[in-house]
Ligand binder design. Structure first.
Ligand code: AMP
Ligand code: MG
Length: 433
């Protein structure tokens, strides 16, 4: 417990949290959720062989010696069913998505054809522009300018999906593409893993609420809102409980309320100061504390505990520390509870543009901006890295990891960076730290 690494603390957190239950949501609200059921195709898509182009459906053998003039026997739009069979010397005008008529074995796009005036048997002197074919009157003949192999520009039946096949397995993250797929199989509602109910509490006598009158001697409560935004960035909506004073009774009332939620985030008061009541108060409320210190910078006084139905993260009061601890512990826990397989921020390798000193034995998370250079990325510190300097976080595109045993990094070193990007996640933590 004395020297708990970030990885080890993360493991304790992830072992303690459970996958939440299932709920039904309307397709319109399914983006970003995790499927809790297998989704099967309810039809072949496309339901028959269809044309991939506006053009003509014909028999490949008829145009082997192109140019060749063919008789047009019908006009098939998407949504129509063909009524005739294409015989030798014939073709059908066909639009994208329309069924290929019987007898035809290939499609040629309109750009490779030329109108032939009815009964005259020679090319039209002023052919209508490509794409306007549907608007001109049906001509009886067409000249095919090039030979085509069979199955050209035909999308075969079932190319997109086959009836009965699992198109989205349980556990799938619902991206925009997956939502489109759900609509394709006519799912107006879907079963997804429910989202955790998250409460956020700030603690400290010195704190001034966002809507309190300005007092130059107070510290504005940034943590409630930075944490709120971090939760929202995961597609979840937290509840702000407000600010508890450093008073054991008041703190107890707030914490009790917070423990009704699936996850309680409480910032400040987790250290060892005489007014840091969070840990003893949680213990008095029956919370089983799993750890209260992690070998990291920023974020050393980081606590975690559980009850039967809830878990509580005691985050450090310093705004940057609380945000960095959220990234390392709360984010993977919330994603694990919600059913995501990829629960960690994506990591990339980048070239450090300057020296970084490292004189202690804690894993350090340096807030960096990223650049591009030939062959990869560069990482550059966002500036002064004090744990109260929120600007270091507000400018950051990533958290650069300086491993605990590192003795300092020279300019040009390759480093690992966690991307603070809304969509990029991965299965593994991405390294040892
Ligand atoms: P603590 O962990 O309670 O000792 O707080 C450490 C530092 O973080 C102190 O300087 C606090 O004023 C500051 N702090 C604590 N809570 C917040 C908060 N909600 N917003 C901004 N700063 C805070
Ligand atoms: Mg405090």
């Amino acid at each position: 417990m004395e020297h708990l690494s970030v990885n080890a603390a993360q493991e304790i957190v992830l072992r303690s949290v459970q996958l939440l239950g299932v709920e039904s949501v309307a397709l319109e609200h399914s983006l970003g959720r995790v499927l809790a059921q297998d989704i099967l195709a309810n039809r072949d898509q496309p339901p028959y062989d269809v044309s991939a182009m506006d053009g003509f459906a014909l028999r490949s053998a008829d145009v082997a010696g192109a140019p060749a003039v063919l008789e047009i026997i019908e006009d098939i739009k998407a949504g129509d069913m063909p009524r005739k069979t294409v015989q030798a010397g014939q073709c059908a005008r066909i639009m994208t998505g329309a069924p290929v008529p019987p007898g035809a074995d290939t499609v040629i796009r309109v750009e490779d054809t030329q109108d032939v005036l009815a009964d005259e048997g020679f090319p039209h002197p002023n052919p209508p522009p490509a794409g306007e074919g549907a608007n001109v009157s049906l001509r009886e003949k067409v000249q095919i300018n090039v030979a085509v192999k069979i199955n050209n520009d035909i999308r075969p039946r079932g190319e997109g999906m086959r009836e009965g096949e699992v198109v989205l397995p349980s556990g799938t993250e619902l991206t925009p593409g997956a939502v489109g797929m759900l609509a394709m199989v006519k799912r107006a509602t879907v079963q997804v893993v429910r989202q955790p109910r998250v409460a956020i509490l700030s603690t400290g006598d010195e704190l001034e609420g966002l809507h309190d009158p300005f007092d130059a001697n107070k510290i504005p409560d940034a943590n409630s809102y930075a944490l709120m935004a971090q939760v929202q960035a995961l597609g979840m909506q937290p509840v702000l409980l407000g600010i508890a004073r450093d008073d054991p009774d008041e703190l107890r009332r707030y914490l009790q309320q917070g423990l009704q939620f699936d996850v309680l985030l409480v910032s400040g008061g987790t250290s060892v100061g005489v007014h840091d009541y969070v840990r003893p108060t949680l213990e008095a409320l029956g919370v089983q504390m799993k750890f209260w210190r992690v070998e990291m910078k920023p974020g050393h006084p980081m606590a975690f505990g559980t009850t039967e139905n809830s878990c509580v993260f005691g985050l450090p009061g310093n705004p940057v520390s609380s945000m960095v601890c959220f990234e390392q512990f709360v984010l993977p826990a919330l994603r694990r509870m919600t059913g995501f397989a990829r629960i960690y921020r994506r990591t990339i390798e980048a070239r450090l543009t300057h020296e970084v000193k490292h004189k202690h034995s804690r894993t350090e998370f340096v807030r960096v901006m990223l650049g591009r250079e030939e062959g990869g990325y560069t990482a550059t510190s966002t500036g002064a890295q004090g744990s109260g300097i929120l600007a270091s976080m507000s400018k950051a595109e990533g958290l650069m990891i300086v491993p605990a045993d590192c003795k300092g990094l020279a300019a040009g070193s390759m480093v690992t960076v966690q991307l603070l990007d809304g969509t990029a996640y991965q299965n593994e933590a991405g390294g040892e730290w």
